[in-house]
Every structure is written in C-alpha cells, then in structure tokens.
Design a protein around this ligand. Structure first.
Ligand code: ADE
Length: 226
C-alpha cells in the first residue's frame, strides 16, 4: 500500500522511522512518503497561512500549496483523508476498511484548518480521532496510519490480529508473563494449568468483565452469554 502524508511539519513523523512501521517500510509492504507542503508555496517568504473570509479567530492554511501538494501525488485510485475534529469518529472497522485502499493521501491541517473547497474538490474523507481538539493533524494522521497499517498484509502477523480488543466486539482479556508472583500478586491459577478450554472460558469472562467496566457501550446489542 502507498501512503502519502502532506504536512507543514515533516519532522513530526520521526516515530514512523522506528519499530513495526519502519520494518514494514523496509520490507516494501508500506510505501510511506512524508511530503512538505511548504515546498509547494509560491510565496517568496514561504508563508502558508491566510485569514478566513468572514473573520474569526486564527488563520487557515493557504489553498494553493495544499492543492498543489495533493495534485503532485493524486492518481485515479487515490483516496484523500483529512483528519479533523469535524469528521466521523475513527474506529477499528474504519482502520480495516482504509487498509484495503491502494493509495491514501493524508492532509495534515494546521492553524484553524483548511479551506472547505479542498475537501470538496478531492472528495476527502474527514476523520476525527475523538471528541477533543489537537493543535494539528500530524498526531491524528499518525494514529490513523498506525492503526490501519496493522491490517495491511505483511505488516504484523495474522495471529496478532485475531484476539485483540474490538476484533470480536469486546476489549481484550488481561495478559500475564513471568514472574509467576510479582509484588505479592499471583498470575491467575487457570493460566498455569494448561487446560486450553478452561483458559478460553476464563479469558472470555475477563473480556466481558473489562468491557462492562470500561466500555459498556460496546455491549449494546451483544448477547450477554454469562
Ligand atoms: N485535528 C485536531 N483535532 C483533531 C481530532 N480530534 N481528530 C482529528 N484531527 C484533528
């Protein structure tokens, strides 16, 4: 999959030079490019912001550099994403769907955002990562790209995707590793006995317990088996 990220702050994407995403880039399963919007400005002072028509607080990103930056990478099969607090709230299934695309272009907004006509022209999908406002689109883009990349074949093992939070509508069960006793707390007995049926039953019950406590909204419409 190819992903182009358009930003005024290319240095913000250093985390993608580490760990799983970096390995996927080296393997060639993720072709991830960070593109500096400022390199497209025609302004001799490299200015990229402008005042909004109608007044109001803050500045918008200038239309021309963003438009030209998108045009420089846009192909027939590209999907443009604009992370914004006004978008549909991102979730597991949206990550899975985005991972099926051939080419994604992310526009990282800054200041008060971008001119609405850019969203219309490129039919951009607006995505929010939650009901709060961040200072720019770089962190949301990173969160969305990281989450969808996990579903791109070859990025992580299939096994890692099969029993994780949200994969079956519940939060993941708690996990334990060595030592068996830590700070006086023991690992649940059932995990040490090697009875896989019992372990599966225990884990499902723990998943339900955690979901009820932290995310009761996920259980709406789900048959409570216990
Ligand atoms: N930009 C600023 N805040 C955001 C949010 N909550 N989601 C996506 N993009 C944003």
């Amino acid at each position: 999959m190819k992903i182009d990220i358009l930003t005024l702050f290319p240095e913000s994407f250093k985390p993608f030079e580490e760990s799983i995403i970096s390995r996927a880039r080296k393997k060639g399963v993720l072709d991830l490019n960070i593109i500096d919007i400022r390199s497209f400005t025609l302004d001799k002072h490299k200015k990229c912001d402008d005042a909004p028509f109608g007044g109001g607080a803050g500045m918008l990103m200038q239309v021309q550099p963003v438009y030209d930056a998108v045009k420089s990478v846009l192909k027939k099969n590209s999907k443009v994403v604009y992370p914004s607090p006004s978008g549909r709230v991102f979730n597991y299934n949206m990550a899975k769907e985005l991972a099926k695309e051939k080419h994604l272009i992310f526009i990282c907004g800054h200041y008060e955002g971008i001119d609405e006509r850019l969203i219309d022209i490129f039919n951009a999908q607006e995505i929010s990562i939650g009901d709060y406002v961040l200072t720019g689109g770089e962190i949301p883009t990173m969160a969305i790209v990281d989450a969808l990349a996990r579903f791109v074949p070859g990025v992580i093992s299939e096994d890692s995707l099969s029993e994780e939070s949200f994969s079956d509508g519940l939060l993941e069960y708690p996990q334990y590793t060595r030592p068996q006793v830590f700070e006086g707390r023991s690992v649940p007995e059932v995990l040490l006995r090697g009875n896989h049926q019992e372990i599966a039953k225990f884990r499902h019950a723990e998943s339900l317990k955690k979901t009820k406590k932290n995310r009761p909204d996920l259980l709406k419409g789900v048959q409570d088996e216990n």
